[in-house]
Each structure stands twice: as structure tokens, then as C-alpha cells.
Write a protein that binds this ligand. Sequence first.
Ligand code: PLP
Length: 385
Amino acid sequence: MPFDFINTHLQARQQDALLRKRHVVQHATARTITVNNKTYLNFASNDYLGFGDVAVNLNLNDSHALGSHSSALVTGYQAQQKALEQYLCEQFGYGAGMLFNSGFSANSSVIKALFQDKAAAQNSAIFQDKLNHASLIDGAMHSNAALVRFNHNDMNHLRSRLEKSKAQNKLIISEGVFSMDGDTAPLKELLALAKQHNAWLMIDDAHGFGALGKTGLGSCEAFITQTLPDILVITFGKAVASSGACVLGSKQFIDYMLQFNRDYTYSTAMSPLMASHTLARIKSIKTADDKRDKLNANIALFKQLAKTHNIALMESNTAIQPIVLGCAEQTLQAADKLKQQGIWLTAIRPPTVAHNTSRLRVTLTAAHTEQDITHLVKHLIGAIV
Ligand SMILES: Cc1ncc(COP(=O)(O)O)c(C=O)c1O
């Protein structure tokens, strides 16, 4: 039978407790989520500052465009998108930026486009942390450059891989905050290694932007006055509570992307409405110290309560606090038990994470109360035994 592999794969996923399903969300805030007419405490949102609950007043007039109507290279590049790019460039000091409709598209297409020249790519290597996001790995796998992976946050391993490489063009890629482990990259060391080996550094700060840094500029904020990564990717779907992404770099690099980035060229540009909304949100993030303080207090409370109750956490000080249970089936069962107690948590299973490292990925936000976190820990104890 043609396409009978579809059924085979679906059955295998079901048997291995790896089947993925969607749930229709009737309403969600950073703190609660309503599914099937039942409202749960939400510990699975990436809206770390709780900005999704705050209305943005855009003062829209009737002429504000909703759609961008075409690719940015045709007529889709409107003043609102330019304003968002410019604001981000000014905050960081980058020469230019370009917007994408998603972080996945930004990451994968930038890597592919950078190495589009086959002859140059033969002489190029991409060094990626083993825990990098699928979009970064996909970009490298679809590029013509060699892909070299180094052990997670292991700078000695990266150094030895760089030393062995004969590639003329070396690109090191890491995440600012790792999406499934919640730990942070050693940026200072990465910047130093890049400099030492004449390599470029690309940082995907999807989970750092908004939540980290004195004014919410993310993992790289502390480096603005020194050296920044050559390429910085910021996404808007998490702490900004919007959607899309911006790639920042030198003017020459962005000019090159404008020529060769296929996602950018052959896709309708970000909606100007989305760009205005995102810019308004990003401006309020700058002064959202109260929300960052509350988020940090919630992280500290969760960690302290988990320690008191012997719940093993990973080495994370960020809003992402995974509890590794190992077995996929057990993790699903634990998530189900928590649902029965009114808590919504996602069971993260392979292939998102390595085999035998299935986990409950707890995400904390500024919108949670102390009682919410106490309630979570109380029921985690029962769910994970
Ligand atoms: C580290 C990381 N990079 C990139 C992305 C993709 O961003 P987006 O959701 O905007 O496609 C995600 C997840 O969504 C992520 O966790």
C-alpha cells in the first residue's frame, strides 16, 4: 500500500509513549490555561514576564496596514518593520537587522544562506553545541559546510575541535539560554574562543531576551560595551509575548542575507501590525524591572522548595526548570497526574531531548504567585514518585 509507513510510524510513536497531540486552548495567560472548559495553573508558557496578559495600546488609525502584502524584497518592507529593526540595532549597537516570521525560519535560513556558496562552504565548518535547537541543527544540515558538534557547554571540547579544524570560515553557534535544560552558555569564553580562532560567533537568545540583562536585552546585554556575537538572533514569541524574530549583525552581513536568504526572499514579510505590536512590547520590557524581579523571586522560591522536598533539578537559574524523569511513559503519567491536580505541564520526550532524559519542563513566569508555586511543588512530590 502506498504511504503505509504513515500508519507504521504513528503506531510506533503511540507504543513508545512518544505520540504528540494538540489541545485546543480556549484561553491562556502566563498563569492559567483553559482546555476543555477546565482551567489549570499554567507552568508550560514561555511568556516569562507575563506580558501576554497586558494590553498594548497601539493607537491604530484606519490606515495602519494589517498585512505586508508581499516579500520584503518586493513591497512588503514597511516603515513599521524598519522601526523595529532600527530600535533593536540602536539598543545593541548592531549595524543592521532583518525580521522573520519565526525564530525557526530565522535560524535555519541564516545558516543555509551564509554557506550558500558551495566552493566557500567546502572550506567552512559550523561548530554547534550538542543541545542546540532543532532550527540551528537543521540549518547546518542543509548547508554545504561541515557540521561539528561539541559537548554541551564544554569549552575544552570546543577548543580542541577548533584547533583540529582546517576550515577557513568557522562559525560557532550556541544558545544564550538552553531551551530544554534552562542553563546558560559561557558567553565570555565563547567570545574569547571565537576571537582566538578567528571564528564567528552566532547566539540564539530566544529564551534570554526580555528575561535576562539589566534592561531585558538578554544574555548579551553585559557584552554590549565590549564585543558582541557576530550574529545575534532574538525571538519575539517568548518573553515579548508576540511572534517572529530579528537577526542582528553587521550591515555587510545583512546585505549578504538580503541577496541569498531564501526564507526572507520567498516569504511574505512580517505583518506591520505585528511589528508595531512587538516594538511597543519591547519598549515596555526595557523598564519592566518589577516583572524581572518577580520572575527571579519565583525562580528562587521554586528552587528552594524543590530542594526542601528533595526534587532533583538541573543546573538552571532561569525560568526553565526541568525535572528529568528519564522514561517517556513515566513522564507522561506524571504530567497526567498533575493535570488531575489542576496543573498544566508539558512532558518533553525524545526526539526533542535525548533518549532516557524525558522530563517535565517547568516554566516559571512573573505572573505566578507564591501560592501557585507552593501548590506546584506539593503536587510534584506526589506525581514524580
Ligand atoms: C532556542 C530556540 N530557538 C529558536 C526557537 C524557534 O523560535 P520560534 O518559536 O519563534 O520559531 C525556539 C522555540 O520555539 C527555541 O527554543
